[in-house]
Design a protein around this ligand. Sequence first.
Ligand SMILES: [Zn+2]
Length: 95
Amino acid sequence: MDYKIKENSKIAAIAALLMKASQMAMVVGKTIYLHNTSREEFLGDTRWLRHEMVHLRQFEKYGLLRFLLLYTWESIRKGYYNNKYEIEARKGETL
Ligand SMILES: [Zn+2]
């Protein structure tokens, strides 16, 4: 899979604040944005990496704008944890 990693990302810092998370990895398109974690730490965490890989595939499958809209709509309706794209990503962590 073709992707980029961006450390010390502002967008991931904002997401971490909103999610009340100390660390954050967030995918937009083909880029994984990191906050308060390094590329090495992230890549060394197999479950975390697999989770974000599922999100990369979701972006690839639906397209950037479409997936952002689908994901946002799903989050509004069901919240973060019960968002079907998060459920799929959590399943992918241990496959
Ligand atoms: Zn996720």
